[in-house]
Unconditional design. Sequence first.
Length: 501
Amino acid sequence: MKIFTAQQIRACDAYTIKASNIRSSELMERAAGKCAGWIKDNFSKDALFVVLCGTGNNGGDGLAITRLLNQRGYGVKAFVLNFGREMSEDCAANLQRLKAMEKDIVSIVQPDTFITDIPPHIVIVDAILGTGLSRPIEGWVAAFIQAINQLPNTKIAIDIPSGLTADLIPDADAAIFRADHTLSFQFYKRSFLHTEAGRYIGKVHLLDIGLDKTFINGTPTQYTIADAETIHGIYKPRDPFAHKGSYGHALIVAGSYGKIGAAVLSALAAIRSGAGMVTALIPRCGYTAMQSAVPEVMCLTSGEEDIEAIENWDKMDALGVGPGIGTESRQTVALTEFLDQYKKPLVVDADALNIIAKHPDLLAKLPKGSIITPHPKEFNRLFGDNTNSMIRLDHARIQAMRYNINIVMKGHHTVVVSTEGECMYNMTGNAGMATAGAGDVLTGILTGLLAQGYEPHDAAVLGVYLHGLAGDIAAKERSQESLIARDIIEYLGKAFQTLAG
C-alpha cells in the first residue's frame, strides 16, 4: 500500500474527478457516505452527534455527514467555525443543502466563542481542518480545539485530526484534535505512522472512496506499507521434498558473561524461523546454558567470558552478530578483523552496532546489502541526533543509500529502509513487545531467513512482519503486560500458519 503526500492526495482527487467525469461535490458526497456508513455500523440508532466543521472541504465533508446522519435517523447537529476566511464552494453548497433540509440543524460559531457544555454521551466529530494545513494553528481555533480535547466524549476525526499535518511531525505543544477514531480516506497519512503524531489519531479506519487506480498505480512514492499482498509476494512456502540443507546454515554470534540469554533467544529464533541448521558462537561460560536451553542448535566457543574471535563463518549461509557480545577492546578487534574478511550480507544488531558507533570507519566495511537493526538511540549514536522520528527516518534513507545497506528502524511502526532509500512501514506488533530480548529475537529471525535464501531486503520486511505478528498473537492470548521475548518465539509457528493459511 502506497503512502502519498497531501499534495499527491489532492492530485489523486483531481485526477479521479476528471477521469470519472464527476463533480468535486460528488466525490465529497461519496466520502461523506462512507463516513456515515462507518458510523452506522459502529453506533446504535440512539447515539447523538455534534459535528464541528471548518470552512474548507473538510468542513464540507462534515456538513454532508451531518445531513446523511440526520437522514438515517440519528440525532445530530453541526457547528461551523467562522474563521473569517472564504468558504469553499463545496462547503458552501453543503451548508445550503443542510439549511434547506432543517434550519436548526446547523449553527455558526463566531470567533472567541467556545462550546463547553456538550454532554459526555454525545459523540464529537471533527471536520474543522483537513490535509491542506501546512502550519500550526493559532489563536481562537487552537484554543477551541484544546477546550474540546478536555471533554471526555468519544471523538472521531474525519480524514485527519484538525491541527495535524500529513507530512510533518507536530511541535510538542501544538493544538491538535485528539481523536479516538480517525476515518481516513483511502490512504494512511505518513504522520499517522510516527509516534509523535500517532497519539492524536486513535484507531485508524481506511475508507475506500474509489480514487482512481490508474493514478495510484502510476504515481511513485518512496513510502509504502507492508500489507498482506506485499508479504505474500515475499513468503516462500516449504518445499515438501526439501531437506535441512535446503534451508541453510545460520551462525549467531552473541553473548558474554551475564548475557548468554541474548544468544539463546537469537539462536532459538533463528531455528524457529525456518533455518535448516543453526550454530551459536558464544564464550565458553555459556556453553552448558546454550546446549541445555536449545539442544537443536550446535555450539562453538571463543574466549572464556567474552567472544575473542569470530570464526567458522566461511562454512555458513548467513550470519547475525551483536546481541550481548559487549563493547570492550576484544570484541572490537574481533568484529573489525571479521568485517575485513566477510563479504556476504549479514545482520548487525545491539553491541555490534555500539562498537561501530565508537569506530565509524567500520560502517564502510559492512558488506553490501547487510541489515542493521538500530532502535532510535542506537541510530543516533551511529549517525547523529535527530529532532524527531520523521527526520530520523529521512536521515536513515541517506545513510542506507550511502553505505548500500538495509536499515531496520525499530519503533512503534518499524520501518525497513532499502539500499535505494525506499521506506516500508510495518503494521504488526504492539506495546507488549517493548520488553528485554525482543530485539535479540528479531536478529535471530532475520538471520534465519537470510540463511534460507531470502534476499536481504525481503528477509528484513518479512522478518519484521513475522516478529510483530507473533507478538500480536502472543499478546492476544497472554496480554501485552505479561508478554516476554520467548513468547514471540513460541508464537512464530502461528504467525507462519497465518501466512500459509
